[in-house]
Design a binder for this molecule. Structure first.
Ligand SMILES: Nc1ncnc2c1ncn2[C@@H]1O[C@H](COP(=O)(O)OP(=O)(O)O)[C@@H](O)[C@H]1O
Ligand SMILES: [Mg+2]
Length: 261
């Protein structure tokens, strides 16, 4: 299938170009999506979502199970499923909405999916080298091993035989092995022991300090909010809150209604 082009809907197109103008003009919206709508077959899942992320910012994308968080990340990464049918998505003044998944990846969208997608039969190092088979390359192996000493120790080990936490580190490292503009983390702490969560949190904090623009989806909302600058809460595929991370931490009602924390 060819890349989905912008919708004929003039409203969506107008909203998109306004977002594009602000991206080009002020530099404020490094990433923006406007009127983003996507479907799994007939099921309307991402329901008219619009938001911006500034360069170097960490945005927490929160909401209960089934709220549409993974679908939103997959839409941004231009996966075939769910299919983007309307709206615009811009990154660093380039239209992601006009790209296929591989073009978005090549341009700098680094999706670390929930299931991590570690390649079976390959060592840790081979998984990393595979990510660097094509330009543009991000971190060198030496730099990766400097930040992820556990991966350095296990470079010759078959990657899928590692613990869940180590595989998560590899999944994040593999994204950094490419020259990325936007990191999309889908539940990086899921299913991990608290001590391992702390290790991954440290890595994500380092990534933030390096100024990599990031959208983090987490069920562990408090962990994500402590790190994030801003937060968006989704419910049934729509944005029900957008504000600072601190506002969510301070708002008991919001946390109770949409986050169960
Ligand atoms: N492949 C799919 N086909 C059809 N519906 C899907 C598919 N994946 C997810 N959904 C539906 O989309 C909605 C949002 O799911 P998802 O984005 O995975 O939510 P979250 O990541 O917030 O838990 C849910 O109602 C889910 O059942
Ligand atoms: Mg999900």
């Amino acid at each position: 299938m060819t890349a989905t082009t912008a919708s004929p809907d003039p409203t969506a197109a107008a909203a998109g170009s306004a977002a594009a103008e602000s991206a080009a003009g002020t530099g404020a919206a490094y990433f923006s999506c406007a009127g983003m709508q996507s479907y799994y077959g007939e099921s309307y899942i991402v329901q008219d979502i619009s938001f911006d992320v500034k360069e170097g910012e960490v945005l927490a994308l929160l909401g209960r199970n089934g709220a549409g968080k993974t679908s939103t990340l997959r839409t941004i990464a231009r996966m075939d499923d769910p299919q983007l049918v309307s709206g615009q998505i811009w990154l660093d003044s380039k239209p992601l909405h006009a790209m296929a998944d591989w073009q978005a990846a090549q341009f700098g969208v680094g999706l670390v999916p929930e299931d991590r997608r570690i390649i079976q039969g390959l060592t840790v190092e081979e998984n990393l080298k595979l990510a660097q088979i094509e330009e543009p390359i991000g971190w060198t192996l030496d730099r990766i091993y400097g930040h992820f000493p556990r991966l350095a120790e296990r470079r010759k080990q078959e990657a899928v035989t590692m613990s869940g936490g180590e595989q998560q580190m590899l999944a994040v490292a593999r994204a950094l092995a490419r020259d990325i503009k936007l990191l999309l983390l889908d539940e990086p702490y899921e299913g991990l022991a608290p001590v391992i969560v702390q290790e991954i949190e440290k890595i994500v904090a380092e990534i933030k300090d390096l100024g990599i623009t990031t959208i983090i989806v987490e069920q562990n909302a408090v962990a994500a909010l402590e790190l994030a600058d801003r937060a968006i809460i989704l419910d049934t595929g729509q944005i029900v809150f957008s504000g600072s991370a601190q506002e969510v931490l301070d708002n008991t009602e919001l946390r109770h209604d949409y986050l169960a924390i």
